[in-house]
Unconditional design. Structure first.
Lengths: 155, 81
């Protein structure tokens, strides 16, 4: 039910994993790569992962959500490597007897994945690149006495 | 003990390499490790930023005691999804 892969993600196949006659709802989320950031054109994205720990954390998130929402069927696939603009980098599929838990679990799944899974996304522009959530806090000697807090993750 | 710490993403780029070797006394903690790495790589992260460490594929508290056999790596702010 967990997959970390460089291959193109197939939402139909991943959604099919959570279909059961006992489920009245299937909620699927697709995370797709956006072509812009603060007015800059993004050419492509590169995803890096600590593979073993990323798979482990994705499974932990899955277990956590199944327990919290009383669900049995959740599938998560995350793509790594180079992902072109407009392509799918993340698929979460939740099968649920009733839609409320399905929607809630799917939403929380995205949030939790973005908080704990050791995967890093680099945006590549015409004139450079940046690691998302990292380089908004450029290091400089002047920062030595700064009271800036740790950068929060951007959504 | 000598530990070969893996660096990912931005930390790897700032360090100029994917592994940093650190020598620490027995009983050293994760906090000792990050202190030593910061000494070796001063531009790793601003001083007020907490450097997150994973030991054996779990996030580690700073007071965790390290062993020679541990798999250790530094985790920059994550951005999956």
């Amino acid at each position: 039910m967990i997959d970390l892969t460089e291959k193109t993600l197939d939402p139909e196949k991943i959604t099919a994993k959570v279909r059961r006659d006992s489920n009245g709802a299937v909620v699927t989320f697709l995370g797709t790569t956006r072509d812009n950031f603060e007015g800059k054109t993004v050419l492509t994205l590169e995803y890096e992962a600590f593979d073993e720990m990323a798979v482990k954390k994705l499974e932990e998130v899955r277990q956590e959500l199944m327990a919290e929402f009383g669900l049995e069927h959740i599938a998560i696939s995350h793509r790594i490597g180079t992902v072109g603009i407009g392509e799918i980098s993340l698929v979460i599929a939740v099968g649920s007897p009733h839609r409320k838990e399905g929607f809630n679990a799917c939403q929380k799944a995205v949030d939790r994945i973005k908080e704990v899974v050791p995967i890093w996304k680099k945006e590549v522009y015409q004139d450079g690149s940046r690691w998302v959530a990292c380089e908004d806090h450029e290091f400089s000697p002047a920062d030595q006495h700064s009271t800036k807090s740790h950068p929060t993750r951007e959504r | 003990m000598e530990l070969n710490v893996r660096l990912y993403a931005l930390y790897r780029e700032r360090a100029g390499g994917s592994i940093v070797s650190v020598t620490l006394p027995d009983g050293a903690t994760v906090a000792d490790l990050t202190d030593e790495i910061r000494r070796q790589i001063p531009n790793l992260a601003p001083p007020e930023v907490k450097v997150v460490v994973a030991v054996n594929t779990d996030y580690a508290d700073s007071d965790m005691i390290l062993q020679q056999s541990d798999d250790v790596c530094l985790i920059p702010p994550v951005s999956g999804g």
